[in-house]
Write a protein that binds this ligand. Structure first.
Ligand code: PMP
Length: 786
């Protein structure tokens, strides 16, 4: 037998029912009948008082540590103050006002006596375990935990057999299990618990917990078997991880439930509604349930082998426990964890490297690809020859289904880094308080609009909120049309500005040049690497094409409502437009009565480094800015910043309203993104790291002739790959291979340009010089390898 923990209690008190009634009278001044109740180590009497009230008189084992008993009744008294509605027993004070008293038995041994109010109800173990009652159980345990949060007692750390943390100390008692196969199963669970779970417990939330909410310690109402009416028996309270209460309740009920896994999920979900669980806690539930089941079987089997009295109940209990234990073992950790995560709306578990092998992950991916194709269609494009199944993102890193880390040098939507905690908190806290529409007054949208408007110098600005970049460019165009009174627009050839019906006309990226909409004119791309004009006068020569477009639109009777340009020219292969080009084009359009719509979906929020907005990098202020992608760090949000006059023209004619646009959660996300851009000085980082990256790329180009040109501004770089620098033959197939090879080396980049031969490097703005070094090494190896 273990030295520290006792497997048996020898000295159970033996007071008669009459003696109990006398104690009741003397200590509490209550007249009543006392009837014995079962207890493992104390003596309990059900009291029916003469005045009709019910109580439980508890006479403790003389071995019981008074400090531990004090912990229990202090805890109950504390719970009463914190959550008076919680269905837990009240501690009745003695005539002297004490929470307990000490009485001697016939042998002169002292026993601590307490009186608790009686909780009417039916054992949960004896009723049908519906999802509703299991959820109510979870919620009630959570409330109890919440009420105990502020409770402290020095005896919380006392030594207790039923303390799951002490499971390792029981391992040598496994000899009591005769069947070698069964013994090994219990030993294996204990060994896993010691190696994998115990070390993780220290990171969880700890407090004093009930520690024994099993089916006979939980009562349901007599008139409603789906409502928890009492949690009794505080004899096992200890200081332990909060999640133990969920696991112990689940283990205690598993053999009464038809589907033990569903029961575990319902209890956890009920708990989660009151006290949100943390991912680490959820991921441990299975191991804790099975460890508790193992300890129950072990303790009871040992007691059957070392009896001090009748063992029939123990035999029945062990017989009922084995099948559930075996079922849980057979179902396995991964399945139960996945079911729990799904029930609690946690995303799928992201394994640590080595936990899942590639073949297993590949099989899952193949299955998902098929299901995806069936419900999303065959054409929904995926990156890479072998697509990536990504489970988690953090900062500049993405993690796949084997736990492998990839450096994200592609995604601009997670502008301030994947899953930035500040954005996460902003979104969840705002959602917890309110998420509604602009039909009500709330501060989040006003504060955010003020901050966005203040990014534009030179006069007041106003905002309109939408839900995507496409919607932003669409509304921007409607505004321009209405304000200018003209119906024609100018874009750069092969542009992309979004997917609405109107903006599809502005996005002829995959269309032959002669198939433009009648009111659209495309002007030549100001490409000084590959284009017609490459000298000092390139800006003016390229801009001159706007004269042609304006003349054509005028001649066709459309006039010029707007020119729409992405200042970072991402979709054009991240070209470096010559200095003065944008100013010249915009001036021509303004002279013709149109406005400049800066499509800042790619170039905004400091992407180009020196300025908040891409158009400002070119020295131009726009009448209308269309914002998207990075604006909410992944949350669907778009915005338009414009002048009060343009907004007035627009709203006069349209009465525009967007249900989701500018909702408080979206504004909270947007506002948090602005905080981080300022606090983490991301514009300065874009300038410094971006320059560092481009320098390193140019150095690499000295060694790798495939690199024809290196371009970009701030945290965006384009690397044009050519088969021959003199002929500039585009290395389209090689570009694809380089991108796939880089992925294999753990770096994600994309492909751009209508020739398909430009590497797009557009990482989250928190990208560091060390990340750039990692990328350069992977690119170098990839080019060498292909
Ligand atoms: N404008 C530009 C320049 C874009 O690159 C995109 C998206 N690629 C859009 C607009 C449309 O944004 P969304 O996909 O959010 O509708």
């Amino acid at each position: 037998m273990s030295e520290n923990i006792k497997f048996l209690d020898s000295d159970v008190p033996d007071f008669s029912e009459d003696q109990a009634a006398r104690l009741l009278r003397e200590l509490y001044g209550i007249e009543g009948d006392c009837a014995r109740l079962y207890s493992e180590r104390d003596q309990n009497f059900r009291v029916r008082a003469a005045d009709g009230d019910g109580y439980v008189l508890k006479i403790a084992n003389s071995d019981e540590d008074p400090a531990v008993l004090d912990l229990q009744h202090q805890a109950l008294a504390h719970v009463e103050t914190r959550d008076p509605e919680l269905p837990v027993p009240r501690v009745i004070r003695t005539r002297d006002g004490a929470l307990s008293a000490t009485v001697d038995d016939s042998g002169g041994k002292g026993h601590i006596v307490r009186l608790l109010s009686y909780m009417p109800g039916i054992d949960l173990a004896s009723v049908a375990l519906t999802p509703k009652v299991l959820r109510d159980l979870g919620a009630t345990i959570a409330r109890l935990g919440k009420a105990l949060r502020s409770f402290f007692h020095p005896a919380g750390d006392h030594v207790l057999l039923w303390d799951l943390k002490r499971l390792p100390e029981m391992r040598h008692n496994c000899d009591a299990i005769e069947d070698a196969g069964q013994r090994r199963k219990i030993e294996a669970v204990i060994d896993h618990f010691v190696q994998a779970d115990l070390p993780r417990l220290g990171d969880l939330r700890w407090q004093i917990i009930h520690n024994d909410a099993n089916g006979s310690n939980v009562l349901v109402a007599e008139d409603d078997h789906e409502r928890i009416a009492g949690i009794i028996d505080y004899g096992d309270m200890i200081h332990a991880p909060l999640i133990f209460d969920v696991a112990i309740a689940a283990a205690g009920l598993a053999h009464h439930a038809e589907d033990p896994v569903s029961a575990i999920c319902h209890i956890a979900a009920g708990f989660d509604c009151v006290t949100p669980l943390e991912a680490d806690e959820v991921d441990l539930i299975y191991d804790l349930v099975i460890a508790r089941a193992a300890s129950e079987i072990l303790i009871c089997t040992w007691r059957i082998a070392n009896p001090t009295g009748p063992t029939d109940d123990l035999v029945d209990f062990v017989a009922a426990s084995w099948p559930v234990f075996e079922t849980l073992l057979a179902v396995g950790r991964d399945t139960v964890r996945a079911r729990l995560r799904s029930a609690l709306k946690f995303p799928p578990y992201c394994p640590a490297p080595g936990e899942v092998d590639r073949a297993e992950a590949d099989a899952v991916l193949d299955d998902m690809l098929m299901r995806r194709r069936d419900v999303l269609g065959r054409k929904l494009y995926l990156f890479y020859d072998r697509p990536l199944h990504i489970l988690r993102g953090e900062g500049v890193w993405l993690y796949d289904a084997t736990g492998r880390a990839y450096l994200d040098a592609y995604n601009n939507v997670p502008h301030v880094g994947h899953s930035h905690p500040h954005v996460l908190r902003a979104i969840s806290r705002q959602y917890a308080a309110l998420c509604t529409s602009t039909r009500y007054v709330y501060g989040a949208i006003i504060d955010y609009a003020e901050r966005l408007a203040a990014t534009m110098p030179g006069g007041p600005r106003v905002c309109v909120f939408v839900n995507s970049g496409s919607e932003a460019t669409d509304i921007a165009w409607r505004m321009a049309k209405i304000h200018s009174g003209n119906r024609g627009a100018i874009i750069i050839e092969k542009a992309y500005h979004g997917g609405t019906d109107a903006i599809d006309d502005f996005s002829p990226v995959d269309r032959p040049a002669d198939q433009l909409a009648a009111h659209i004119r495309a002007i030549v791309t100001p490409d000084t690497y590959r284009g017609e004009f490459r000298g000092d006068d390139a800006a003016m020569r390229y801009a001159a094409d706007a004269d042609r477009a304006i003349a054509e639109l005028d001649a066709a009777g459309h006039g010029v409502g707007a020119v729409m340009i992405d200042s970072s020219f991402v979709n054009h292969g991240i070209i470096d437009a010559p200095e003065g080009y944008l100013t010249a084009v915009v001036n021509k359009v303004r002279a013709a009565g149109g406005v400049f719509i800066a499509d800042e979906v790619q170039s905004g929020f400091g992407r180009m480094g020196s300025h908040m907005w891409g158009c400002q990098v070119h020295g131009v202020e726009a009448e209308i800015l269309a914002l998207g992608k990075p604006i909410g760090n992944g949350l669907a949000l778009g915005a338009i910043i414009t002048t009060p006059e343009i907004l007035a023209s627009f709203t006069e004619k349209t009465g525009y309203f967007s249900t989701f646009g500018g909702n408080p959660v979206a504004c909270a996300a947007g506002s948090a993104v602005l905080d981080i851009i300022e606090d983490e000085q991301l514009l300065a980082n874009a300038v410094e790291t971006g320059e560092y990256l481009r320098r390193a790329l140019r150095d690499l180009a000295q060694r790798q002739p495939l690199i024809g040109d290196v371009r970009g501004a701030g945290m965006i770089a384009g690397v044009e790959l050519v088969r021959d620098r003199a002929t500039q033959e585009p290395a389209k197939a090689e570009t694809k291979r380089v991108i796939n090879a880089m992925k294999e080396k753990g770096v994600l980049v994309g492909r751009e340009g209508y020739l398909g031969n430009v590497l797009k490097i557009r990482p989250p703005m928190v990208f560091s010089p060390a990340n750039a070094d990692f990328l350069i090494a992977a690119l170098d190896e990839a080019i060498t390898a292909i």
